[in-house]
Design a protein around this ligand. Structure first.
Ligand code: ZN
Length: 243
């Protein structure tokens, strides 16, 4: 059984389609939230996501804001502008889909949250921050998103030992039963680790491996759509920089 790992699609259909082509053989899909926000195609991305087989998707902060469930106080002006624009594009059906996304989920032996535990919208960017989540984990494997950076944290149970690995080029993680893991497959639609290619993962539950991979996509097309939609130049430019 293989799971496609996707997170932070951010309404980027060109990046999402490039990733789905690479994940065509996956048996099921796990999505760690932020389907919309920033990008120019929120509705098409929700439709594409809903068409995936055996999908489990949880809510990101942008999904909840676009559904009108949370305020925009914690968003910077660019993100806020994009959420206001996104809300105008969504149909009632799309809005309801986002509003129904759960904050966390368990699938097989893995837990899914957008950012961290116990506060789902916190960020994990260091081993110290990862240890807060490890202390709350019930199982040995948690998939996250939110930072838009490919990352793996590995902790030896009952100790403070935590190791951080990750590479903008991708990595293959062999899950060792002596450790617990927090794994972020990076962002499909707005990578921020210096590589503009779309980021995603594949979890093979029998082989006990998680492959974090990259695929190029036509970001110039996405940028043209964003400019036409009047989305902030900062958000347009960062797609070509992967920052
Ligand atoms: Zn995000």
């Amino acid at each position: 059984m293989t799971y496609g790992l996707i997170s932070d699609i951010h309404a980027n259909i060109e990046a999402f389609d490039a990733v789905l082509e690479k994940l065509a053989g996956a048996d099921a899909f796990l999505c760690m939230g932020d389907v919309v926000g920033y990008g120019p195609d929120p509705g098409p991305c929700i439709d594409r996501l809903r068409s995936l087989p055996n999908l489990t998707c949880i809510a990101g902060n942008h999904d909840l804001a676009a559904a009108g469930l949370t305020g925009l106080g914690r968003f910077n002006p660019h993100a806020r502008h994009a959420i206001d624009w996104t809300m105008l594009q969504l149909s009632d059906d799309h809005r309801q889909y986002l509003a129904r996304l759960r904050p966390a989920a368990y699938v097989e032996d893995a837990e899914l949250v957008h950012g961290a535990l116990p506060n789902y919208m916190d960020y994990i960017t260091s081993p110290d921050e990862a240890m807060i989540t490890f202390a709350e984990m019930r199982g040995s494997l948690t998939f996250i998103g939110h930072t838009h950076v490919t990352e793996c944290y590995r902790n030896r149970p009952e100790t403070d030992y935590c190791e951080q690995t990750g590479s903008p080029k991708g990595i293959i993680i062999e899950l060792n039963p002596s450790f617990r893991y927090i794994i972020n497959p990076g962002s499909v639609g707005q990578p921020r680790d210096g590589n503009a290619e779309a980021s995603f993962g594949l979890y093979d539950i029998e082989a006990r491996t998680v492959a974090l991979r990259r695929v190029p996509y036509d970001y110039k097309r996405t940028q043209r759509k964003m400019r036409r939609a009047g989305l902030p130049a900062f958000l347009v430019d960062r797609l070509s920089q992967g920052r």
